[in-house]
Design a binder for this molecule. Structure first.
Ligand SMILES: C[S@@+](CC[C@H](N)C(=O)[O-])C[C@H]1O[C@@H](n2cnc3c(N)ncnc32)[C@H](O)[C@@H]1O
Length: 214
């Protein structure tokens, strides 16, 4: 998979991926609005070119409260995100690196908003569960995880919801099964646990059979 070219679908407004992006952006807007007054921390794992968060932040009323860290492996994508952020968002940091490594989130966890978009269709079921198991260490009490997963067989969205809910998260919203993609929002009601540095959450394997909405 060419992960730079993968983003081209976002330029076709009727594509499934572009529709999914608009849904994720709406959910980010709502999550920002629900944050208490004061500083807001956002982390994005496998952030790609950062369209979901950056496009929302530029004109959001909470933009000056937000400190964000985007972690993405492909330097072509981080270059795009960095240049978008540099233009107007000076509290957004873009890191080129392996988003599965806990060390990249030092100083940014527990975060108020955690984005895991485009990951769960590209890792094993075991690693989806493992990554969700890390979310109580990534997310602040009352914080939100916004995640995606395609709805192709096997439809893992119900299982993903179960795994979040076993880890102290409440389901806030899940997209309609007929939408053509899966987007979920879970809010953390537990107490954040410490994130040990040096730990790995997942191994990104990609899925050659997946739709773009993985
Ligand atoms: C399906 S895309 C999703 C991009 C973005 N989150 C979005 O939804 O628009 C997956 C992204 O993960 C990146 N990626 C793959 N393995 C990674 C890793 N180990 N650490 C960080 N990023 C990775 C790819 O380069 C690609 O940009």
């Amino acid at each position: 998979m060419d992960w730079q070219a993968w983003h081209d679908e976002y330029d076709r407004p009727d594509s499934r991926l572009a529709r999914r992006l608009r849904v994720v952006q709406d959910r980010i807007r709502l999550a920002l609005e629900s944050c208490s007054p004061g500083p807001v921390k956002v982390i994005s794992l496998c952030s790609g070119q950062g369209h979901d968060l950056l496009d929302v932040l530029v004109d959001h009323s909470r933009r000056d409260d937000v400190r964000a860290r985007l972690v993405e492996l492909d330097p072509r994508n981080t270059a795009v995100a960095r240049s978008a952020a540099a233009a107007r968002l000076d509290r957004v940091e873009v890191v080129t690196g392996d988003a599965a490594l806990a060390d990249h989130y030092r100083g940014m966890v527990p975060a108020d908003i955690v984005l895991t978009c485009g990951i769960f269709g590209n890792i094993t079921d075991e690693d989806i569960e493992r990554t969700i198991g890390f979310c109580p260490r990534l997310c602040a009490t009352g914080g939100t995880v916004i995640w995606t997963r395609h709805r192709g067989a096997p439809d893992r969205v119900p299982l993903i919801c179960d795994w979040f809910e076993e880890c102290g998260f409440e389901r806030e919203w899940v997209s309609d099964p007929q939408a053509g993609f899966g987007v979920g929002v879970h809010r953390f009601t537990g107490r954040p646990q410490p994130l040990a540095m040096g730990e790995r959450m997942f191994r990104f394997i990609g899925d050659a059979t997946a739709t773009p909405c993985s």
